[in-house]
Design a protein around this ligand. Sequence first.
Ligand code: GRF
Length: 211
Amino acid sequence: MKNIVILISGRGSNMEAIVQACIAQNWSARIAAVISNKASAAGLEFAARHGIATAMVDHKQFDSREAFDTELAKVIDGYQPDLVVLAGFMRILSEGFVRHYEGRLLNIHPSLLPAFPGLHTHERAIEAGCKLAGATVHLVTPELDHGPIVIQAAVPVLPEDTGDTLSARVLKQEHQIYPRAVRWFVDGELTVAEGRVSHRSAQAQVVWAAD
Ligand code: GRF
């Protein structure tokens, strides 16, 4: 049984999707803990209701990014994770932290990387006149919102879209691709070579969604 630790900062809808899939599909893994850097993160309540251990490490209590990351890693490692999943965890992680979890640290980003790393992805995609937007699950490397791509979902950008409507369309797909990627990882289906991720039995690593 593999241990998954999920890090959140807020709503936690991607974490919920992963927890639900883990239960419904009877994964050979368990969500060992959900950890937040904010006490107010709504997702903590959902996790606790599902009998999942929760923890909070408040970044404001630390003088430096490194000091916070060291404590965070200590708490995470207490759950002996095979995989650490960033699900709306809104902190930039230090290189030391990322190296510690190299190869077992996943992130979801709401754009078709390498386009639009960073914040406000949907507004930037609309502003740029993009006709396609989407989300990317990737292995984390020290460079922000980079790293080998596991799966992407693409959605159209509609003429009347606002950041909010596009964000909702993309989020729906995030909830499809993130549990899928985590399950692939848990089942040992993924291989990485020269910065590219392949699925062992060639399952589609792209989702096209019209709505
Ligand atoms: C998602 O859009 C995710 O891609 C981004 O932050 C948002 C988190 O949403 N990194 P939630 O907390 O999973 O609902």
